[in-house]
Write a protein that binds this ligand. Structure first.
Ligand SMILES: *Cc1c(COP(=O)(O)O)cnc(C)c1O
Length: 407
């Protein structure tokens, strides 16, 4: 699954280029850097690979989302519609710019349910942020139609789905902007890093300035840069970009390895009639980092997870419903408004409402779902073994649930 599984001489070579000159900053020092611009090179490579106009590298996926919101003009009291199933960073970034996260149900795509998005729109809604979870995409056609109709900004959190596509277009390049994370467990890693992609030149200029203190990057003398707007420091270092350069060059290989193991595992799980699979709007655009599957009931899935644990075979089978990082049920710190500094009134009000808001439609999906993380380096034998353990656990549990003796 993650790029760190195939860290090797290519990454070391790129990092070494930077260490040879000692210029670890992406801007300036034109003479001593001897023509080495790893961050710039990686931005060009990503734009080419994803067939988009502009790529802005930053220090993390979280920085990418924050920068994107700021550059898209989303701020105080603006409502951002986002899913109940994502990584905590998605709402952190909404809050960081003063905006209000509006949590909305997911369906069996494990991403935003378009009908639930429609119901959540208010006069304050400014942005819809689908999250392409676990390597596969949201129903972009439906979401684009909603955003067009209501004149809303569409920001794709594609942090988990770098290299994925939807109907021939790279994920992240379909909406007004898209973000990626290159943290240590993503399909491509820089150790820490992120990127924003867009086709808008105006937006690209804002992303560039915002991520470097608002410096306008116009002249040749960095010290003379002007500041048309305020910014922050979300710069990536040359060392991190160097790792990413080697990793992005291997992306197709990574996806190929994932696909091979995913396909084998899916064929094994398909033997069980009670197992169904995640709805994927464009299956060819998956990056195959996870195989997500469902059982008919939450009770059955809990029993299967207990069985797998007992057999020491639960590792890598992610039951998000019980996970502290990814699903609203366990985001107590959010509902409790456990912030270190005060939020604005609109934010506090929205978060307090989470204590009483239920998400039964999401619960019904996530309670029955497990995502099996795909290893890039699994052998055929190891993949078969994993699949067979899941199949055995499901068969055992389902036999118990349907046996007349237990009723
Ligand atoms: C990883 C991730 C992020 C944040 O990325 P970092 O680089 O870890 O800051 C944001 N959103 C989603 C969906 C992620 O999975």
């Amino acid at each position: 699954m993650p790029g760190f599984e195939l860290f090797g001489p290519e990454e070391r070579k790129e990092v070494n280029d930077v260490l040879e000159t000692g210029i670890m900053m992406r801007y300036g020092f034109d003479g001593p850097r001897k023509g080495i611009w790893k961050a710039g090179e990686l931005e060009t490579l990503i734009s080419e690979k994803l067939n988009c106009g502009y790529t802005q590298l930053v220090s993390s996926g979280t920085a990418a989302l924050t920068t994107a919101f700021a550059a898209l003009g989303i701020g105080a009291s603006d409502e951002v519609i986002m899913p109940t199933f994502t990584f905590v960073a998605s709402f952190e970034c909404v809050l960081s710019v003063g905006a209000v996260p509006v949590l909305v149900d997911v369906d069996e795509t494990l991403t935003l349910d378009p009908a639930a998005v429609r119901r959540a729109i208010t006069p304050k809604t400014k942005c819809v942020m689908p999250v392409h979870m676990c390597g596969a995409m949201a129903d972009m056609e439906a979401l684009m139609a909603i955003c067009k109709e209501h004149k809303l900004v569409l920001l794709e959190d594609a942090c988990q789905s770098f290299g994925g596509s939807y109907k021939g277009k790279a994920l992240g390049t379909i909406g007004d902007a898209g973000t990626f994370s290159f943290d240590f467990v993503k399909i491509v890693t820089c150790a820490e890093g992120g990127a924003i992609v867009t086709n808008s030149k105006d937006l690209a200029v804002k992303l560039d300035g915002y991520s470097d203190h608002g410096h306008d990057h116009v002249g040749v003398d960095r010290g003379a840069d002007l500041h048309p707007f305020l910014g922050y420091n979300f710069r990536i270092s040359e060392l991190h970009a160097a790792v990413g350069l080697a990793q992005v060059r291997k992306l197709d290989q990574f996806i190929g390895l994932n696909k091979k193991n995913y396909t084998q595992l899916k064929a094994i799980l398909s033997q069980v009639p009670e197992i169904s699979f995640r709805t994927i709007p464009d299956p060819a655009g998956d990056i195959y980092t996870f195989l997500s599957w469902f059982l008919p009931t939450e009770e059955a899935m809990r029993a299967v997870m207990a069985e797998l644990k007992q057999q020491n075979a639960a590792a890598g089978n992610m039951y998000w419903y019980e996970h502290n990082w990814h699903y609203i049920r366990k985001w107590d710190h959010l509902a409790k408004v456990a912030t270190l500094n005060r939020l604005n009134e609109a934010q506090e009000k929205a978060l307090r409402a989470l204590r009483t808001d239920g998400f039964p439609a999401s619960d019904k999906v996530m309670g029955r779902c497990v995502s099996t993380a795909i290893g890039m380096l699994w052998t055929e034998e190891q993949t078969r073994e994993r699949g067979e353990k899941i199949v055995a656990a499901v068969r055992k549990v389902m036999a118990k649930f349907t046996s007349p003796l237990t009723y």
